[in-house]
Design a protein around this ligand. Sequence first.
Ligand code: 3HC
Length: 507
Amino acid sequence: MDIERVAVVGLGTMGAGIAEVLARAGLQVVGIEVDEAALGHGVAILDGSLARAVSRGRLTEAEQAAIRGRVTPVTGFREAATADLAIEVVPERLEIKHQIFAELDRVCSPSAILATNTSSLSVTAIAAGTRHPERVVGMHFFNPATVMRLVEVVSTVLTAPAAVGAVTGLARQLGKTPVQVADRAGFVANALLLPYLNHAVRLLETQYASREDIDAAATAGAGLPMGPLALLDLIGLDTCVSILQVLDAEFGGTRYRPAPLLRRLTDAGRTGRKSGQGFYHYTGNHGEPGTAEGGTGEDGAPAVPGLVTVIGSSDFDHIATELAAAGINITRNPAHDTELILVEATPAGPVLPAALAAGRPDQVVGLHTNPGPADAAPAELISTELTGAAARLAAEALAAKLGLRVLHAPDRPGFLVAALLYPHLADAVRMVQDGYAPAADVDTAMTLGCGYPRGPFALLDAIGPAVVAEVLETMHDGYGDPAFAVPLLLAEHAAAGLPFLPGESRP
Ligand code: 3HC
């Protein structure tokens, strides 16, 4: 079936983006909103995005006018009557979806396909309220819709193969990669992404780490395109709460229950970029991050210590070498009187025992170097309960001298990078273990839908299943939270030394 005219119902961030994608591909689009104010807002999102593309030299003014000319913004459903396809992109509430689908059912031609861009609700439940559930299908885009390449195509037991085929073909025509997924809560990408984002909020609200360090743990630590808090702002905190509530109802447990801070910010209207403020402040059409508050001034910058005690295994020798190359004297004898004792730290074990053994725990700071992207590999500085302020400042000065990107982490299992990311990897393993999706599909979803440079399983194989399992074990022991338990499948791969993706090379 050829799709030439599409009605997009709801012109919020995603709806306006989807309308733009369709119009850019040459389709006629009817953009439907509930009233003039909402319509004006949606059109402003579309116009802002096109204007930005022109200012960046990505579109000519003639192309901009042609794309804009293909979009007809209207209130009311009448114009949907001639659409070959209607895509619903309204807030994640089943009763609203049912109202929209009842309208579409009434207005659209019997041959039209009705699609929902729901992020997490059951497509079956949405379809069940319609007269022709066989023409209802899920077509789940990712934000920003113009950029992200994944479209999850969701069929139900009721969906006609022709409807699936038509939207799959359309997704390809739009330059996207369609992936067939089952009608399960969160499909593939959101079921994996959202608990990770929620976990990041918990780390922030428990003051485990700063906003910037949490985001840098993902970007510098794992090469992800955005930190989780910045990504929450992009998606919209309200949308994330809605998705998490669906996942929580389905799966339960701390990974899915929306973090109180997430709910509070949503209740306060701080829903992210679209409202100008979420975890960060934003200005401009694309919600450019505003000026970050705080920062370390030049005044009173701590002096780099001239002599440092270094304690660690041979794996830590490179730090001693780098310190020496930077002109800093080092000793390996804890009895020497230095103002800083730098101890090798590994995320599977606490720094405190080594600090106590050194005899001067207030002067001990743990250092864990992560393998991230070469230009920004972060180093975690671990303060124990007994680390003094002077030692902490001296360690920061030292790290700056070595050009390390520093993340501050408490002396708790996983420190920061592993504490944020390894439970995410465990969730991915659980998805495979529970037959949710094969490992390769999970990786495809996360690379194309969320811009990961490599999927969770490629990352897991690169780190090593045994390393990830060991850290998770310490997190599970420490917190007693079943969410951190090592999935059986991960334990098996760890024990067998078996990667998840065949042919994936291990370091
Ligand atoms: N809105 C629309 N388009 C945007 C945008 C925004 N907020 N931010 C960036 N873009 C587009 C622009 O077209 C831009 O091109 P331009 O520079 O020519 O204007 C292009 O993206 C690249 O942008 P930048 O160079 O400014 O920025 P980056 O290179 O840092 O990329 C990013 C920005 C594409 C957003 C990247 O950071 C990324 O991939 N982030 C991950 C996004 C993600 O995970 N999305 C999925 C969320 S889950 C979801 O949507 C499902 C839903 O159900 C919740």
